[in-house]
Design a protein around this ligand. Structure first.
Ligand SMILES: Cc1cc2nc3c(=O)[nH]c(=O)nc-3n(C[C@H](O)[C@H](O)[C@H](O)COP(=O)(O)O)c2cc1C
Length: 154
């Protein structure tokens, strides 16, 4: 039997909002059979996780117009060990923000370009309070990523 496809969710949360989106994305991915989904906080995730995945979801709060320091640290630690090894890796982003979120998305995109990853979904930005509809959007993002991996469409 073929190895199951693996979706990796890497996120950071300080006050819990991005964590709720991450949990929802994980739950959405679980709706899809044939995909193994691994969820890790950014400080706990590393090169081995990245090299073992077939798709990636990145979650962060927007802090000071940028991604969290924890997610940046994940990139800093994994960039050189993964360089040239993950070209075309499908990825998507979700951000919890007070009132913006675009800076975090833009800068993650620049870094992702450096790795050679391919954005396969529009970034999910949730501003202010997280509503049940936002959580459903996060579930749908996780489900779409997992379904894309299962079907081999990326
Ligand atoms: C130090 C700090 C800086 C922040 N900077 C921004 C910002 O630049 N733009 C924005 O929209 N929200 C900003 N926020 C608000 C957070 O993005 C927002 O509260 C988010 O939901 C926090 O996510 P978390 O609960 O996962 O930590 C900032 C919050 C903190 C604590």
């Amino acid at each position: 039997m073929a190895e199951p496809r693996r979706l990796l969710i890497v996120y950071h949360t300080q006050s819990g909002n991005t964590g709720r989106l991450a949990d929802a994305a994980f739950a959405g991915a679980q709706r899809v059979q044939g995909v193994e989904t691994v969820i890790k906080r950014a400080f706990d995730a590393g090169t081995d996780d990245l090299l073992a995945c077939n798709g990636l979801l990145l979650g962060t709060p927007e802090n000071f117009g940028y991604m969290s320091g924890a997610l940046k640290d994940f990139f800093d630690r994994t960039y050189y060990p993964c360089e040239g090894k993950l070209t075309g890796l499908p990825y998507a982003v979700f951000v919890s923000a007070g009132n913006d979120g675009t800076g975090a998305v833009r800068e993650i995109g620049r870094i992702a370009n450096g790795y050679g990853w391919k954005a396969v979904a529009e970034a999910l930005i949730v501003r202010r309070e997280i509503t049940p509809a936002d959580l459903e959007r996060a579930r749908e993002l996780g489900e779409a990523m997992a379904a894309g991996l299962a079907l081999g469409v990326f």
